[in-house]
Ligand binder design. Structure first.
Ligand SMILES: *[C@@H]1O[C@H](CO)[C@@H](O)[C@H](O)[C@H]1NC(C)=O
Ligand SMILES: *[C@@H]1O[C@H](CO)[C@@H](O)[C@H](O)[C@H]1NC(C)=O
Length: 237
């Protein structure tokens, strides 16, 4: 048993030396981008909010680039396809560009760093939506992170077809974070162009009349008091 233990010890001791011998030029050939990434990598933490003073909320700005909305009257569901722009500052991930040949931006994986969680919070939400962002983000030298995940939010929206084919339908989706209060993560809209409809495709049968957006402070706690249109008796099968 003693011999066995000794054998393992020797193996681990010599392994790194052996590996180094295989690629001796590795250190020399590291370019500035890799050097910067390695310096930042040590500061990556995905669990903790990226603020030096923990009493300060992380301000997350949101923009919805709406691509497609599908309203299914037979299933009473609305699917909202969009690219959501998330933008916030990670106070731990900044660098001095002149130390790295002027590199001002890096690509990072959203799940390597802290990222805000936001999910569909409609009271009748039955479809599972991811709340964590999985995408590649742009990190700027001043710590500003921008992620643009494609998202589909699918929610129930009771159809009210009374004036076919001239009906107007209003659907509401509530987005928020279960885990964080406004004092921790403050979700806000971009001041300019919070909703973009440039590439919006209309689904067959329906025309988008308008999109209204509100910021509801403390959404979780307010949801209970928001009026959700009641179903008329008999409209539920
Ligand atoms: C960035 O680095 C350069 C050169 O090392 C230095 O002159 C400059 O003061 C630094 N800037 C900041 C903001 O630290
Ligand atoms: C969150 O952001 C909004 C809009 O910028 C601001 O009015 C509000 O005071 C902020 N809340 C906190 C807790 O900082």
């Amino acid at each position: 048993m003693c011999n066995g233990a000794l054998f393992v010890f020797l193996l681990t001791l010599f392994l790194p030396k052996f590996l180094l011998a295989e690629c001796p030029e590795h250190k020399i050939e590291m370019n500035d981008e890799e050097r910067l990434f390695n310096a930042l990598k040590c500061k990556f933490k995905d669990e903790y909010r990226p603020v030096k003073d923990y009493t300060i909320p992380v301000r997350v700005k949101l923009r919805f680039d709406l691509k497609y909305i599908h309203f299914d009257t037979t299933k009473d569901t609305i699917s909202v396809h969009s690219w959501v722009v998330y933008n916030w500052k990670d106070e731990f991930l900044s660098w001095n560009a002149s130390d790295y040949s002027g590199i001002k931006e890096m690509q990072v994986k959203s799940y390597d760093i802290w990222s805000p969680r936001m999910m569909l919070m409609n009271p009748d939400a039955t479809y599972y939506n991811y709340d964590k962002i999985y995408t590649i983000c742009v990190l700027a030298y001043d710590g500003i992170v921008t992620c643009v995940p494609r998202t589909v939010y699918k929610a129930t929206c009771q159809s009210q077809l009374t004036n076919w084919p001239y009906d107007e339908q209003s659907c509401t989706i509530y987005l928020g974070s279960w885990m964080n209060k406004e004092e921790q993560v403050n979700l806000t809209f971009y001041e300019n162009d919070p909703i973009i409809l440039d590439d919006f495709q209309t689904a067959p049968g329906w025309k988008l009349l308008k999109v209204v957006h509100y910021r509801v402070p403390e959404l979780i706690f307010n949801l209970r008091s928001i009026d959700i249109p009641e179903c008329e008796e008999g409209t539920h099968g």
